[in-house]
Design a protein around this ligand. Structure first.
Ligand code: IMP
Length: 174
């Protein structure tokens, strides 16, 4: 894919802003006065997580994890840890914050791993889901947008490390 190719807006900045606020409101409603830990799945969800957390009204901590599973625009299906959470999650209310669930292999690996940590509760918040691409059932508790099978970039999502800075979610134009 050439770096100079035209990028079309797929989900606008305004639509993202509205939906992120709605997701945060759902989380605020569900957790009331309970403390939560948002686990930001790097690198793709750093912008989503930053916007989400600024709309959260319950006590909240942020942790980061990093997994490797993707090369270029094709999933390899192999997942491994680059960075795990720094604190004990025993008895904590944990929400994993993901940019996109594609085949579901990455987040399933992470959900299984997190369940072993004896958390009080574990939920998944994903900005995007490509339902048609799922290879495994994934329970997305808080979903931003259910999208068709397109490779998307921007708002944290990359193609070979580029385009994360775009304020909207885009696709390569024809
Ligand atoms: P999965 O394991 O196939 O669900 O892949 C999840 C990861 O693949 C995401 O966290 C993204 O980093 C990456 N990914 C999947 N689809 C896209 C896309 O359309 N654009 C950018 N990254 C993607």
């Amino acid at each position: 894919m050439a770096a100079s190719k035209k990028i079309d807006v797929f989900i606008s900045q305004d639509a993202i802003k509205t939906r992120v606020k709605e997701l945060a409101d759902l989380i605020n409603r569900d957790y009331q006065n309970q403390e939560i830990i948002l686990v930001c799945v790097l690198n793709g969800s750093f912008i989503f997580c930053a916007d989400l957390v600024r709309n959260i009204k319950v006590p909240v901590q942020i942790e980061m994890v990093s997994l490797s599973s993707y090369e270029g625009s094709q999933s390899t299906g192999e997942v491994s840890f680059r960075l795990d959470v720094k604190q004990s999650l025993v008895g904590k209310h944990v929400i994993l914050v993901e940019d996109i669930v594609d085949t579901g292999l990455t987040i399933s690996f992470l959900l299984k791993h997190m369940k072993l940590k004896n958390v009080a509760s574990l939920k998944l918040c994903s900005l995007l889901l490509k339902r048609a691409r799922l290879k495994i059932e994934v329970p997305v508790d808080y979903l931003g947008f259910d999208i068709e099978d397109k490779f998307v970039i921007g708002y944290g999502l990359d193609y070979d490390g580029l385009y994360r800075e775009l304020p909207y979610i885009g696709v390569y134009g024809a």
